[in-house]
Design a binder for this molecule. Structure first.
Ligand SMILES: Nc1nc2c(ncn2[C@@H]2O[C@H](COP(=O)(O)OP(=O)(O)OP(=O)(O)O)[C@@H](O)[C@H]2O)c(=O)[nH]1
Length: 320
């Protein structure tokens, strides 16, 4: 049997729906999702294998302008861009409810000029708008994209190869659409030996995914600004007598944030812990005992060593 295997980078602005798309393609929850932008902090590899083909999907932090934001945001952007060097296919996601933006133009210009492989535009969240508005949204994105594409082509700087309908309309909430886009993605993979086993789901250790599940609850339960200053570190992870014992520390940037995370008489931390435990039990398919602690590490989002220690974020050397 001739095998196929390739990397698929999921890129787009924060909140475009990349993690939800990854989970839908894999048919299981791997990447964390919230309605706040920049939930994804690191690249996450999801492995999808079917018949002779393996697609290695890389979910990335949403690409965003980082002026005035902590060092962490610059590293997040670099991590997102770094996946281009490995990718055989880039899926660039645009939320159809938000439409095309100047930032999409900026990021896509870079991709069209630098990326020497296949590009597919996906217009996401089509279930959120009326049918007649979906077509309008598609045309708006298409027209703006074509202007950009033709301009770059005319200047002789085009490197990328477009595939499929541009943009392809999808909703991660509609399994039948995900099935057909998944088949399309698999069909675009180059010939090559599989890099992961048939049953592998990710390259990330179980501890990483569990820390992300706890962080997801923090993102969901706290207000607008605070979650960006928070990391989760797993201190203990052991299976004993059919129970998984997990002890984790929630890292915050300042004393005042510690109080917010803990809440009145511990109520917020208790609620985060309860929801996270339910989610962890579903993910691990085991009973979970979860303990959470909160620690202050001033300035961690600005410090490259602490970014690596608490968020497993390292600055890639070969990114722009
Ligand atoms: N109705 C609907 N909601 C969606 C769809 N895709 C994503 N969402 C929602 O959009 C929000 C953002 O989705 P994410 O998957 O976290 O977006 P992301 O691009 O990974 O975001 P970042 O982590 O900021 O990069 C969440 O509330 C999702 O539930 C979709 O196809 N339909």
């Amino acid at each position: 049997m001739i095998k196929k295997c390739g990397y698929v980078a999921l890129l787009g602005r924060p909140n475009a729906g990349k993690s939800t798309f990854l989970n839908a393609v894999l048919g299981t929850k791997l990447a964390v999702v919230s309605n706040k932008p920049q939930t994804t902090r690191n690249k996450i590899l999801g492995v999808f294998t079917e018949a002779d083909s393996q697609a290695l999907l890389l979910d990335t932090p949403g690409i965003h302008k980082t002026q005035g934001l902590p060092k962490m945001n610059q590293v997040m952007n670099k991590v997102a861009w770094s996946v281009l060097s490995d990718a055989d296919l880039v899926c660039y996601l645009i939320d159809v409810t938000q439409g095309w933006s100047n930032e999409d133009a900026l990021w896509l210009e870079s991709i069209l000029k630098k990326f020497e492989n296949k590009l597919l535009l996906l217009a996401t969240k089509t279930d959120k708008v009326k049918i007649e508005e979906v077509e309008q949204g598609r045309l708006n994105i298409l027209n703006r994209f074509q202007d950009l594409f033709e301009g770059i082509k005319a200047s002789g700087e085009l490197k990328c190869q477009l595939i499929g309908d541009q943009p392809q309309l999808i909703s991660s909430k509609r399994p039948e659409e995900i099935t057909s886009i998944r088949q399309f993605i698999l069909s675009q993979m180059p010939q090559g030996e599989w890099l992961y086993g048939e049953d592998d789901l990710t390259d990330r250790p179980q501890r990483f995914v569990c820390a992300e599940i706890i962080r997801e609850q923090i993102f969901r339960q706290l207000g607008q600004e605070l979650p960006y200053k928070i990391a989760v570190v797993i201190d203990l992870f052991e299976h004993k007598n059919n129970v998984t014992n997990i002890s984790a520390t929630v890292i915050v940037d300042r004393d005042s944030q510690k109080g917010i995370v803990i809440g009145k008489r511990g109520s917020r931390l208790k609620s985060i812990g309860t929801e996270a435990r339910i989610s962890l039990e579903k993910h691990l398919d085991k009973k979970v005992f979860l303990e959470l602690f909160v620690k202050v590490k001033p300035g961690w989002t600005e410090n490259i060593n602490m970014l690596s220690e608490f968020a497993d974020l390292q600055e890639p050397s070969d990114s722009k």
